[in-house]
Design a protein around this ligand. Structure first.
Ligand code: NAD
Ligand code: GLY
Length: 360
């Protein structure tokens, strides 16, 4: 089992990565001296596969378990579901010595994490991510939250888990589409942070697509190490952490304009990264060869790269609604060739869109 440490002083925690490890959750929680009572937050889709081994592992390690099942879907990542979680925590008698286990993808992780951050002014929580996206991105770094009717992830807190347990075998039940969507966030780390990892992904695209466990173990570990190194230096996104938003400005606009129905998050990010690569080249940060390599890797991973045909005004409206707008300027992440990045304020956003072929 690989163990990576996220070094954040007294908020430091390990990420354990291996296959067939769900049944070790209880003993690991015991080692980490977590309280006697655990609330496992999950949904019926994930619960059908993994609730039993998780509960059995916790119970056999001596924990008592309160089960909290919420409906499956991003549309339930809201205050109503959060209140339902609070109700269950209160009913179940969870106290300050108790902890929450988030068993699921990014939706469960974000919501259970925010419940943990706020219930009784904060109780410990453990991330057990079950999607690739959650394993390489959302379960690490402490961003938790829910959506608001006026926008995604508008309510939240930075709140770090006590540990993250990644079992790569749980990915076997994930649909191809969800799995491939997670590969987009993995590719992001290579493009902006680590050229060697980018080339590893290029060389192993086929193995990654086929969920080869040895390859996945190495790739997930590298992705988590890269994310940890960013979070350690900028936990609350004062500057550097914004690099993790590479491809997300246009990606979020694509999600908004298609009403979150046409693309999964990773798919939209892949489209955003292909456009960001083109923009980076146009702005002199990168070469045509790098743009080509980035688009080829995304295509090899069977991710989309073409921008849906909305007009400049529509893209501008979607981008300007985004959280990344600060003081009237757009903070945009460029790739500097491959493996490096620059973050710059952009005043003329329509010029960026023109580079991507967006017109009136
Ligand atoms: P998700 O949590 O909705 O999971 C996708 C689907 O897969 C769901 O239907 C889920 O029930 C199912 N599923 C999960 N694990 C499964 C498994 N092992 N087998 C079978 N089915 C399984 O989606 P996601 O892509 O994991 O997460 C998206 C969410 O993550 C968004 O809400 C996004 O805002 C958030 N996010 C957060 C961060 C962060 O840093 N906190 C980063 C990126 C994304
Ligand atoms: N997913 C972006 C971040 O964690 O900052």
């Amino acid at each position: 089992m690989d163990a990576i440490q996220v070094g954040l002083g007294e908020r430091s925690y390990p990420i354990y990565i291996a296959s067939h490890t769900l049944n070790r959750l209880g003993s690991i929680c015991l080692e980490h001296k977590l309280g006697r009572k655990a609330a496992v937050v999950t949904n019926p889709t994930i619960g059908a596969h993994y609730l039993q081994p998780v509960e059995e592992s916790l119970v056999s390690a001596g924990f008592s378990v309160c089960r909290i099942e919420i409906p499956d879907g991003e549309i339930y990542k809201n205050s109503e579901t959060l209140n339902f979680i609070y109700d269950k925590l209160i009913d179940g008698g969870l106290d300050r010595g108790s902890f929450i286990v988030a068993l699921g993808g990014g939706v469960i992780g974000d919501m259970a994490g925010y419940a943990a951050a706020t219930y009784l002014r904060g109780i410990p929580f453990v991330q057990v991510p079950t999607t690739l996206l959650a394993q390489v991105d959302s379960s690490v770094g402490g961003k938790t939250g829910i959506n608001h009717p006026l926008g995604k992830n508008l309510i939240g807190a930075f709140y770090q888990p006590k540990l993250v347990l990644m079992d790569l075998t749980v990915l076997d039940t994930l649909s191809d589409r969800q799995y491939i969507s997670g590969l987009a966030e993995m590719a992001k780390y290579g493009i902006v942070l680590d050229a060697q990892f980018f080339h590893f992904m290029e060389a192993n695209a086929d193995k990654l697509l086929h969920r080869d466990k040895a390859c996945l173990q190495q790739a997930t570990k590298t992705a988590c190490l890269l994310k940890a190194s960013v979070v350690e230096r900028d936990e609350r996104e004062g500057g550097l952490r914004a690099v993790l938003n590479y491809g997300h400005t246009i990606g979020h606009a694509v999600e908004t304009l298609t009403d979150y129905r046409q693309f999964l998050h990773g798919e939209a990010v892949a489209i955003g990264m292909a456009q960001a690569a083109q923009i980076s080249e146009e702005m002199g940060f990168s070469s045509p060869e790098c743009t080509k390599s980035i688009c080829c890797l995304l295509a090899a991973l069977q991710l989309p790269t073409n921008l849906p045909p909305f007009k400049t005004d529509q893209y501008l409206a979607a981008i300007f609604h985004d959280k990344k707008m600060k003081d009237g300027g757009l903070s945009f992440v460029f790739n500097k060739d491959i493996g490096n990045f620059a973050i710059d304020k952009v005043k003329d956003v329509s010029r960026l869109l023109k580079v991507c072929g967006v017109g009136d």
